[in-house]
Design a protein around this ligand. Structure first.
Ligand code: 2YC
Length: 276
C-alpha cells in the first residue's frame, strides 16, 4: 500500500478549507456533504458534534508519520467532531484513548487504517472510504454517472473497491493496471467491468477517470475537459494536466472524512433516519 510521507502530510491541517472550497467548486458539495453522500447518510440526520474521537499514533513498521494523527484529528474537527490525539503510542495510546470513553478511535499502521466505533463495535477502513469518497466526488463533478463510462486506473485496494462502487452508481466501468492479472481479478469480482490493456489509449479515450494508481500519467494522454478523481499518491499531475482537465485530489482529507461519517453512522441514534 502506498504510504504518505511527512511532506505529503505537513500542510493538511491548514488546507482543509481549500479542499472544502475545491469540492464545492468542482463537485457541488462540501466535504461533509461528500462524506455523507459517499456512505448514503442524510447530512441532517446525524449530529457529528455529538461524537468524541480519539486518534492514536502507531509506531510499528515504518513508524509515525509527522502530523499524521494531528491531521486526522483536524479533519474530524472540521466536521464539528470533538477530537484528541493521545500523548502516548500503540497499546499505551489505545488505553489512554479508551480511558476518555471516545465514540470513535482512529489507528493506522503501515497496512490498515481504521476508525473503530466503540458503541457499535464496528470499524470503517480507509481503503473502502477513500474509494467511496472519490466515487462520490466524480459523481458530483460529472453530474451523475448513470450510463456513463468511467476508466479506473489502478486495481489496488482503492481502485478495486471503486470499480464496484461505480457499477453500483450505474456507470460502465473499464479498469487498467500495469499488472493485468490484478485488473482481471477485479473484473472477475465485479461482472460488467471491462479490462483495458493499453493505459495510454484508455486515458486518451475517456472523459471520466478515477485514478487510484501511484504511477505518473503523462498530460499528453489527458483529454480536454476530462474529469479526473484522483486518490492516487504520489500525486504527480502537472500544470498542463490541470489546464486541460478538472483534477480532484487531496492526500488524506476525503478518505478520513468518509471514515469519520461512516463510523459515526454505525452508532447513529435513529438508524432509519440515518439511511438515505
Ligand atoms: O503516524 C502513524 O500513526 C503512522 N503509523 C501512520 C501510517 C499510515 C500509513 N498509511 C498511509 O500512509 C496511507 C494513507 C494514504 C492512508 C492509508 N494509507
Amino acid at each position: 500500500m502506498t504510504r504518505l510521507t511527512d511532506d505529503d502530510v505537513k500542510n493538511i491541517s491548514n488546507t482543509l478549507e481549500d479542499v472544502n472550497q475545491m469540492l464545492v467548486r468542482t463537485a457541488g458539495m462540501t466535504t461533509k456533504q461528500m462524506a455523507c453522500d459517499a456512505v448514503s447518510i442524510v447530512p441532517e440526520s446525524i449530529d457529528l458534534d455529538d461524537y468524541y474521537v480519539g486518534v492514536v499514533p502507531i509506531t510499528s513498521g515504518m513508524g509515525v508519520i509527522t502530523r499524521f494523527s494531528e491531521s486526522v484529528a483536524d479533519i474530524c474537527r472540521a466536521l464539528d467532531m470533538d477530537a484528541f490525539v493521545t500523548s502516548t503510542y500503540d497499546v499505551t495510546g489505545l488505553a489512554e484513548a479508551l480511558s476518555k470513553d471516545p465514540d470513535i478511535v482512529f489507528l493506522a499502521d503501515d497496512y490498515e487504517f481504521i476508525a473503530y466505533n466503540t458503541r457499535a463495535r464496528k470499524y470503517s477502513n480507509n481503503s473502502f472510504c477513500t474509494a467511496s469518497g472519490y466515487v462520490a466526488v466524480l459523481n458530483g463533478a460529472a453530474k451523475g454517472l448513470i450510463g456513463k463510462t468511467v476508466l479506473v486506473v489502478g486495481a489496488g485496494r482503492v481502485g478495486s473497491r471503486a470499480a464496484g462502487l461505480l457499477l453500483a452508481r450505474g456507470a460502465k466501468v473499464g479498469i487498467t493496471d500495469i499488472d493485468t492479472a490484478k485488473a482481471h481479478a477485479v473484473a472477475k469480482e465485479n461482472p460488467g467491468v471491462k479490462v483495458i490493456e493499453d493505459v495510454g489509449e484508455a486515458i486518451s479515450s475517456n472523459d471520466l477517470i478515477l485514478n487510484a494508481s501511484p504511477a505518473h500519467i503523462d498530460s499528453k494522454y489527458i483529454r480536454e475537459g476530462a474529469i479526473i478523481s484522483s486518490p492516487g499518491v504520489p500525486h504527480t499531475f502537472d500544470g498542463e494536466a490541470y489546464a486541460k482537465a478538472t483534477i480532484i485530489h487531496d492526500p488524506l482529507d476525503i478518505g478520513v472524512a468518509v471514515m469519520a461519517v461512516q463510523s459515526a453512522s454505525f452508532s447513529c441514534p435513529d438508524k432509519r433516519k440515518c439511511r438515505r
